[in-house]
Design a protein around this ligand. Structure first.
Ligand code: PMP
Length: 324
């Protein structure tokens, strides 16, 4: 019998997919960890589960309690599902710039959703800081604090990283991923480097994020902006501290859009925007490294969450972006 135990038991153990058109084009094996197949639809289900179970183990989250979080959407969706499955309440603070699809999903899942203006982290009204204050003011509530809670990267060290190692039989030359909290990148990088220090760990970065310049020059200097959601950062989170950073690759929105439409039209994969940055970086890396290498990245979530933006021709045209 091969039966999974409820929502929680269905998180993880996702397939590793060979991205055919990109692999054929470069002579490399470009592989995507299919995180959009998690039951909550994204890579963030893993972090949400580890954060909640860590708080349970520490006795911080008690029956009937509330999980509070500031999120670009996917962590909130993961948390809201797990809260339903475990009998907790969920309060989500989300910047109003995030896709309506994610905000609507959170409401459908029963979360108490507070949208706030998108302001930089240094502003006290930033969504992350608002969520921290709300959690402090409430009884029997925890702040998930995904950016600086190391249970986040531990999820990816213990599960995502270990699965990738096993699925490739250790035959992997490079790993690349964009970072939001950095949990996925950090956990997988730490696991893979421990297994084989020769595996290159490369940060993929959208425009408007400061990590590319940080890796290249040591200075966090964001330039430009991006249509992608859930990735990019202008600070080094606790999850990103003391992690392998062999190099960084910057991918702009036009390349991101071209890549997601190639995935859609040639590979049959309907993916979210951060996947365009990740696969775009894997493609650039394959060209740098030359044929014969195995490069792994992550397919964070599906395209349905961005139907009104990335997959809306009029919206794309207004941004001056085109699928080809
Ligand atoms: N892609 C998407 C669509 C996301 O929502 C997130 C998380 N915010 C990421 C990538 C990055 O994941 P992490 O927080 O583990 O860096």
């Amino acid at each position: 019998m091969n039966i999974k135990n409820g929502f929680v038991g269905t998180i993880g153990n996702t397939p590793l997919i060979r991205l055919k058109s990109f692999s054929d084009e470069t002579g490399c094996e470009i592989l995507g960890k299919a995180e959009f197949l998690n039951p909550g639809g994204s890579v963030k289900d893993r972090a949400a589960l580890f954060i909640i179970e860590d708080a349970e183990k520490k006795g911080l989250l008690k029956p009937g309690g509330t999980v509070v979080e500031g999120t670009a959407g996917n962590t909130g969706i993961g948390l809201a599902h797990i809260c339903n499955a475990k009998g907790y309440k969920c309060l989500i603070v989300i910047p109003e710039t995030q896709s309506q699809e994610k905000i609507d999903t959170l409401k459908t899942l029963g979360a108490d959703v507070r949208t706030v203006p998108a302001v930089p982290y240094k502003n006290p009204e930033n969504y992350v800081k608002v969520s921290g204050r709300l959690a402090e003011e409430m009884d029997n509530a925890i702040w998930a604090n995904q950016f600086d809670n190391l249970a986040n990267r531990l999820a990816h060290y213990e599960t995502t990283g270990a699965e990738i190692w096993q699925q490739t039989n250790g035959k992997i030359d490079a790993w690349t991923a964009a970072t939001g909290t950095g949990g996925t990148y950090a956990g997988v990088s730490l696991y893979l480097k421990e297994k084989n220090p020769d595996i290159k760990c490369i940060v993929a970065d959208p425009m408007g994020s400061g990590l590319y310049s940080y890796v290249k020059t040591g200075e966090i200097k964001p330039e430009g902006k991006s249509i992608t959601e859930g990735i990019g950062n202008s600070r080094i989170t606790l999850n990103m501290q003391d992690v392998p950073l062999d190099d960084a690759i910057q991918i702009d929105d036009q390349e991101c859009v071209r890549v997601v439409y190639q995935l859609l039209r040639k590979d049959g994969l309907f993916m979210g925007g951060s996947v365009g940055i990740n696969v775009g970086a894997a493609l650039a890396l394959a060209k740098q490294m030359g044929p014969g290498h195995t490069i792994v990245t992550v397919l964070c979530d599906g395209g349905g969450r961005y139907q009104s933006k990335l997959y809306n021709p009029q919206w794309l045209a207004e941004k001056g972006l085109s699928p080809s």
